[in-house]
Design a protein around this ligand. Structure first.
Ligand SMILES: Cc1cc2nc3c(=O)[nH]c(=O)nc-3n(C[C@H](O)[C@H](O)[C@H](O)COP(=O)(O)O)c2cc1C
Length: 136
C-alpha cells in the first residue's frame, strides 16, 4: 500500500458547488481505482492524501496535477504504509477554518492561514496530523 500527500492553491476561491463537483468525480474514479483518502480545503488552498496501489495513485496524481482548478502543487510526502488510514473514504472532505485547526499541533504557527505556508511544507508531519484529525 502506498500514499502521497500534497498541497496546492485553488486558482480562485471555491464555492460549495465547485467543491462538490471535484468531490463527485474524485469519488467515482477513486472507487474504481481502490483509492481512499482525504481532501481538506481552506481559504483557497487544498491538502490531499491519496492511498492505494502505487501505480494507481501516481496516475491519479498526474491527472490531478494537470487540473486547471488549482496550481502550485507541492508534493509533501510519498511512501509506503502498512494499512489504509482512510479506509472508509473514496475521498473524505472537509472545508475547514482557523477555528477547526486551532487544536491541531503545528497549526499555531501558520501565518497566512493557507496549507501552502512554509510552516506546513517544511514539516509534512503537520499535514498528516491534520488529515488524520478530520478522519471521522
Ligand atoms: C483539489 C483536487 C483534488 C482532486 N482529487 C481527485 C481524486 O482524488 N481523484 C480523481 O480521480 N480526481 C481528482 N480530482 C479531479 C481530477 O483533477 C480530474 O479532473 C478528474 O480525475 C477527471 O479527469 P479527466 O477529465 O482527465 O477524466 C481532483 C481535482 C482537484 C482540483
Amino acid at each position: 500500500m502506498h500514499y502521497l500527500v500534497y498541497v496546492s492553491s485553488a486558482r480562485h476561491l471555491m464555492d460549495e458547488e465547485e467543491l462538490l463537483a471535484i468531490l463527485e468525480t474524485s469519488r467515482s474514479s477513486n472507487t474504481n481505482d481502490y483509492i481512499t483518502g482525504m481532501l481538506l480545503y481552506k481559504d483557497g488552498s487544498f491538502m490531499q492524501v491519496l492511498e492505494g496501489e502505487e501505480s494507481t495513485i501516481e496516475r491519479t496524481y498526474a491527472r490531478i496535477a494537470k487540473d486547471r482548478r488549482h496550481e502550485g502543487l507541492i508534493l509533501l510526502r510519498k511512501g509506503k504504509t502498512e494499512k489504509r488510514y482512510f479506509p472508509g473514504w473514496s475521498m473524505g472532505f472537509r472545508s475547514v477554518n482557523a477555528e477547526d485547526l486551532k487544536n491541531i499541533p503545528g497549526f499555531q504557527n501558520i501565518k497566512d492561514g493557507r496549507f501552502t505556508d512554509p510552516a506546513i511544507v517544511d514539516n509534512p508531519h503537520i499535514a498528516m496530523t491534520a488529515l488524520k484529525a478530520f478522519n471521522d
